[in-house]
Design a protein around this ligand. Structure first.
Ligand SMILES: Cc1cc2nc3c(=O)[nH]c(=O)nc-3n(C[C@H](O)[C@H](O)[C@H](O)COP(=O)(O)OP(=O)(O)OC[C@H]3O[C@@H](n4cnc5c(N)ncnc54)[C@H](O)[C@@H]3O)c2cc1C
Ligand SMILES: C[S@@+](CC[C@H](N)C(=O)[O-])C[C@H]1O[C@@H](n2cnc3c(N)ncnc32)[C@H](O)[C@@H]1O
Length: 593
């Protein structure tokens, strides 16, 4: 008999104690007629409810690569509300490791932080895993696409009825491709009825081991038509900041030729600071913001870690303490912890003494601690990411469309991305966007004695960075009403005085050795604008990243490339809407009606 882990939440096993591997192969591979169903499909989508240890995923991934051609792709989407740690996954599956030929180790290596949200991981040239750490009932209605095969692997219906809800069955009906298959270990009557009502022809077949029966089904409805993925040949990206550079890299990775236009120097706008912090913007509620910023934070962190292995981009995952200065911040931090679905390994509230110990500085308050947050050099990131493009040092003055072709400074493109921050307003196609500039200034100083032991970043409305190369960055001011970029003494004083409020024994008087001022670009609703431009086929925007562009730009680029090429979106449908330029038009129409 083989050991099977038990779920703390449901007091139920993850897989058969007789032989989980054999069970997974029987219930989910054989009964879904895999690998036969892979044949002739350039792209095959499996959707699983209950990722657990990832055993079913490893079985499907292995079988797919063993039985298909290199140009066939597997999209595996899986929902998990209570993610295990990667260490536990390795512990539980290690005795089958040789069956997966290195894939278990690869999964463990790439497994995302245990934070809520959609996490897309390209595990191999043929296979993409979208791991959705959320309640399947909340997340499935936000999925789009055409599913070829369903693995229903929630715990036993009696122990966890939520995993067998009518919401799930009806969403399966909405998302199934013609002839989609489903299998599950249970033969419970209400599950079979739910599947039937959703359009599946259902039958009972022999289960694995001691289980007499299980359920299989085939979708009899018309089914969703899969969208063919087609990459543009050549794309123009206008704006050499972190938003534009992230697009260059995301497109080049897929073999698309990119011209990057920059009118000054790369990273000469908001993205030109020596160091910046990567942090999510957080709120108390679970909603669109949580869905976007959680995924964006994890995505950015992975991109930068990967980049750092090839170029020095100043990555320092030193952690951030978000100081809890008042009741308002306490409520926000508590709500975030309760609702955003971040495991305590990745976010927790610490009292003043622990905050002092973690930071190495005599802080006056407790804090929300995010140990995975950190610091990068936006300038170095931009330079590294932009290497994938052909850089054209020109201001784009004219943008027009002739038939299907976009013309940028007299060159022809299949698609164009506007990533020039607030300067995009000069293009009539988007001049109606409600976006504006917000001047900010950072100060550079040698760390005063009291900060000599600083081990993390501090965020307190402003921020103070972990020292690097003997320098500490203290930032930043926020002055939408100013339109000049002169570095001012007044702003230096402001950020240091702000810092003095949260550090006992620091008077906020230090010698500043330099500073930099730049404009952020923000939308009136403080949400980035990412995605296609309404009414202009082939034109996209990645702007208004506000004060969090270092965390939002890289996922923003993936969202745009997915829209451009017909890949499945890397974020839920509500996030696409939340970020879209169309939201302003919809709001105006609602107000007008
Ligand atoms: C002082 C300060 C501190 C900040 N600190 C942080 C931080 O710690 N963490 C964080 O996440 N974010 C921080 N931000 C915000 C962050 O820097 C921005 O969100 C981010 O840099 C925006 O990147 P972007 O690519 O959209 O714009 P930009 O970096 O401004 O890039 C736009 C580029 O487009 C070019 N361009 C515009 N129009 C044209 C045209 N027609 N033709 C050719 N080129 C064109 C511009 O020259 C510019 O280089 C800070 C911002 C400031 C100002
Ligand atoms: C039987 S286990 C899955 C086993 C898994 N397929 C494997 O290969 O290890 C069921 C999983 O569903 C998860 N789960 C339970 N309720 C959920 C919900 N409402 N939404 C998403 N996942 C849920 C559990 O945490 C558990 O990991």
């Amino acid at each position: 008999m083989i050991f099977s882990p038990r779920s703390e939440q449901f007091d139920d096993i993850y897989f058969s104690v007789e032989d989980g591997l054999a069970e997974s192969r029987h219930v989910f591979l054989q009964q879904n007629d895999l690998p036969n169903r892979f044949q002739g499909k350039s792209r095959f989508t499996i959707c699983e409810a209950g990722f657990g240890t990832g055993l079913n995923f490893l079985c499907a991934w292995t079988l797919f690569e063993q039985s298909t051609r290199p140009n066939q792709q597997l999209d595996y989407i899986s929902f998990e509300k209570y993610p295990l740690s990667s260490a536990d996954i390795l512990k539980y599956l290690a005795h089958w490791g040789s069956e997966f030929d290195g894939r278990l180790e690869r999964l463990v290596e790439l497994y995302p932080l245990r934070i809520g949200g959609w996490h897309r991981i390209r595990v191999s040239a043929q296979v993409t895993l979208t791991l959705i750490f959320d309640d399947v009932n909340r997340a499935l209605p936000q999925l789009d696409g055409a599913v070829d095969c369903w693995f229903l692997d929630g715990h036993a219906p009696a122990k966890n009825p939520d995993m067998w809800s009518d919401i799930i069955f009806s969403q399966m009906g909405r998302l199934s491709a013609a002839g989609a298959r489903v299998s599950t270990f249970t033969a419970a009557g209400f599950v079979r009825r739910g599947l039937k009502n959703a359009g599946f022809q259902v039958s009972k077949v022999r289960g694995y081991g001691r289980k007499c029966d299980m359920t299989v089904g085939e979708f009899c409805g018309q089914g969703v038509l899969p969208v063919a993925i087609q990459y543009p040949g050549r794309v123009a990206v206008i704006g050499g900041g972190i938003a534009g550079a992230s697009l260059c890299s995301a497109l080049a990775r897929r073999g698309v030729l990119v011209d990057l236009y920059e009118k000054h120097e790369l990273a000469s706008g908001g993205s030109g600071n020596l160091r910046g912090l990567f942090n999510p913007r957080f709120t108390a509620r679970l909603g669109d913001e949580a869905d976007f910023y959680s995924s964006a934070f994890r995505h950015g962190l992975c991109e930068f870690s990967d980049l750092q292995t090839r170029h020095d981009v100043g990555l320092l995952p030193c952690g951030s303490l978000h100081i809890i200065l008042d009741e308002d911040k306490l409520k926000r931090s508590e709500g975030f912890i309760q609702n955003w679905g971040w495991h305590k390994d990745h976010a927790r509230i610490v009292d003043r003494d622990e905050a002092r110990e973690i930071s190495g500085v005599p802080l006056s308050y407790g804090a929300l601690f995010l140990p995975d947050a950190g610091m990068i050099s936006p300038k170095l990131v931009v330079e590294a990411l932009a290497q994938s493009a052909n850089i054209i040092m020109e201001e784009v003055g004219s943008l027009s469309k002739q038939g299907h072709v976009w013309i940028v400074n007299n060159r022809e493109y299949d698609a164009v991305v506007l990533a020039g921050a607030h300067d995009v307003l000069k293009f009539p196609h988007v001049s109606w966007l409600p976006i504006h500039t917000v001047r900010g200034q950072v100060s550079l100083m040698d760390p005063p004695e009291i900060f000599s032991g600083l081990k993390t970043n501090l965020c307190h409305g402003g921020y103070a960075s972990h020292p690097f190369d003997g320098t500490m960055v203290v930032g930043s001011t926020f002055k939408p009403w100013l339109d000049h970029l002169d570095v001012t003494e007044e702003d230096h004083v402001e950020v240091l005085q702000k810092l003095a409020v949260v550090v006992d024994g620091y008077d906020g008087v230090s010698l500043v050795k330099g500073g930099r001022a730049a404009f952020r670009c923000a939308a009136n609703d403080r949400v980035p604008v990412i995605g296609c431009v309404p009414d202009w086929d082939g034109l996209y925007l990645s702007v208004a990243h506000g004060s969090h562009g270092l965390s939002t730009a890289t996922l923003g680029a993936e969202i745009i490339v997915a829209q451009m090429a017909g890949e499945s979106p890397p974020v839920p449908r509500n996030v696409l809407k939340f970020l879209s330029a169309q939201r302003f038009i919809d709001r105006k129409a609602r107000k007008g009606s």
